[in-house]
Design a protein around this ligand. Structure first.
Ligand code: NDP
Length: 333
């Protein structure tokens, strides 16, 4: 499959170029707003062509799919243009800055008969899949609660638009709460109904929140507690799922790499759970390319991206207004 990268980004550099190539995808173009950055990025990663004009790039009939990893406010128009040009789209989270915009992207893909996926990598990880399997097979009984710990320290090289630019979709909620929303939906197989939340700026955020805590109500009655931050150097990450018959402790699993541990605790004692340790992003690309070939769905669909955004925006709304907010998933009909 022939890919173009829309965005000369860190995530493309660190993970996605390798993931696409490992799955035998060819990357033919990279697009940047700056000709100089595009050229340098192309040279650094052995990409044959660089571009600054999206329409010209999309007019190339040899390009099958695009991977969009620009700043968040650009995803909408770039995805719509790519879909209009007949390209399959793997788009970074958050899909957009508003739920209606994300819905429009999914609708455009459906209308064009193209694959449109969200790059929620965590549901591709062996650890999360092992936790889901434990839950779905009834090993912990009825799920009572899920606690998500995703308070990390934002590395200095990423301390740009994420901590200072609301226009670009900065803030920990669009950055990390969206991932946690997708994790909760993936693990529990249900969508949050309403949320209460608090957020703050605790050292890094300048005009946007850098920390958030929220509690979500699930249709089953399970409660979800979610904590995201850019300012916690030593907190570690993880999740816990507690049920009537057991608890699952997954440590260091809210990461980009196949690391961490999963432990099941029941009346029979403690048990370490083995899981596959494959590359998360490569697995996402594999599923995307398979979907383009007509085999199954991407790991996270466009609709998954709409829903994770809807939960994240409800969290911010709840924190801003100090009230419980019903999650508005938009009109997908
Ligand atoms: P970056 O800040 O690295 O890149 C975003 C944009 O910033 C690029 O498209 C680029 O614009 C511009 N840019 C990059 N370097 C420079 C520079 N030196 N000077 C000026 N502008 C620059 O962001 P990330 O890679 O961290 O994130 C990109 C997207 O990916 C976001 O939507 C984010 O939410 C998502 N993401 C997803 C992850 C996941 O695991 N799914 C993990 C990390 C990020 P241009 O393209 O015009 O050159």
């Amino acid at each position: 499959m022939r890919w173009a990268l829309i965005g000369a980004s860190t995530i493309a550099r660190q993970y996605m170029i390798g993931a696409i190539r490992a799955e035998h995808g060819e990357i033919s173009h990279v697009l940047s707003a700056s000709a100089e950055r595009a050229r340098a990025f192309a040279a650094e990663h052995h990409i044959s062509a660089s571009a600054t004009d999206l329409d010209t790039l999309l007019a190339d009939p040899e390009i099958d799919a695009v991977y969009i990893s620009t700043t968040n406010e650009k995803h909408l128009l770039q995805a719509l243009a790519a879909l209009h040009a007949g390209k399959h789209v793997l788009c970074e989270k958050p899909l957009a800055l508003a739920v209606d915009h994300a819905v429009a992207m999914v609708r455009a893909a459906k209308k064009a008969g193209l694959v449109f996926a969200t790059n929620h990598h965590l549901r591709c990880s062996g650890s999360h899949r092992a936790v889901r399997e434990l839950i779905m097979s009834g090993r912990i009984g009825k799920v009572l609660s899920l606690r998500l710990h995703h308070a990390v320290f934002l590395p200095p090289h990423l301390q740009g638009w994420r901590i200072s630019s609301p226009e670009s979709g900065g803030g920990v909620i669009p950055d990390i709460t969206v991932h946690d929303a997708d994790v909760a939906r993936f693990l529990l197989g249900e969508d949050p109904v309403s949320v209460v939340a608090q957020m703050t700026s605790s050292g890094l955020g300048n005009g946007v929140e850098d920390s958030a805590m929220s509690v979500w109500t699930m249709p089953s009655g399970a409660m979800v507690m979610s904590h995201e931050s850019f300012t916690h150097p030593f907190a570690g990450s993880g999740l816990e799922v507690h049920g009537t018959q057991g608890s699952i402790f997954a440590r260091d699993v809210m990461t980009q790499n196949p690391i961490g541990s999963v432990e099941l605790v029941t009346g029979s004692g403690r048990q370490t759970i083995a899981f596959e340790q494959h590359d998360l992003y490569r697995e996402g690309v594999r599923r995307f390319q398979a979907a383009v070939a007509g085999e199954g769905e991407p790991a996270a669909t466009g609709l998954d991206g709409v829903k994770s955004l809807a939960v994240a925006l409800a969290v911010r709304d709840a924190a801003e207004r100090g009230v419980r907010i019903a999650v508005n998933y938009g009109d997908m009909h």
